[in-house]
Design a protein around this ligand. Structure first.
Ligand code: FES
Ligand code: FES
Length: 164
């Protein structure tokens, strides 16, 4: 069965007809070409596919595209504006919060969602907030420091605030 779906993705309204079984991550990557949202598992465990849906961090491999109809999606591609990194992105750069980078889009988006909810998180709260995101490289400490850096330097950023 097919459905007409309207989504605002990174500020742009898109209308498509999609299969009812299609997952949002596949819509973003394959229909819209937004391949910054990664697929790292088929068990809903890794968090590499995390996007903000109406201001809330969700694993886009767990959401049917039709279920997001009418929603506002922010992917990692929508964060930086005019080449200006958000505080979270800059924090990952400053604090070496990535190595291979595969988990990083999901980490950055999850951290952005965390800071929308909790602007001044403790290291423990950051670890708890990112527990749905797996990283095989960094050992997490530098990711925690990256998010703390962002909290001290502007929080989630203007684009994410606008998606609240
Ligand atoms: Fe791993 Fe979505 S792809 S949680
Ligand atoms: Fe390689 Fe996280 S930086 S998986």
């Amino acid at each position: 069965m097919r459905h007409d779906v309207t989504l605002r993705v990174n500020g742009v309204v898109n209308r498509h007809t999609v299969e009812s079984r299609q997952l949002l991550v596949h819509h973003l990557r394959e229909t819209l070409g937004l391949t910054g949202t990664h697929v790292g598992c088929d068990t809903s465990n890794c968090g590499a596919c995390t996007v903000l849906l109406d201001g809330v961090a969700v694993k886009s491999c767990t959401v049917f595209t039709v279920a997001a109809d009418g929603g506002e999606v922010l992917t990692v591609e929508g964060l930086a504006q005019d080449g200006q990194l958000t505080p979270v992105q800059e924090g990952f750069r400053q604090c070496h919060g990535l190595q291979c980078g595969y988990c990083t889009p999901g980490m950055v988006v999850s951290a952005t969602g965390l800071l929308l909810d909790r602007p001044d998180p403790s290291p423990e709260e950051i670890r708890e907030g990112l527990e749905g995101n797996l990283c095989r490289c960094t050992g997490y400490q530098m990711i925690v420091e990256s998010v703390r850096w962002a909290a001290d330097h502007g929080g989630p950023g203007a684009v994410a605030e606008a998606h609240r």
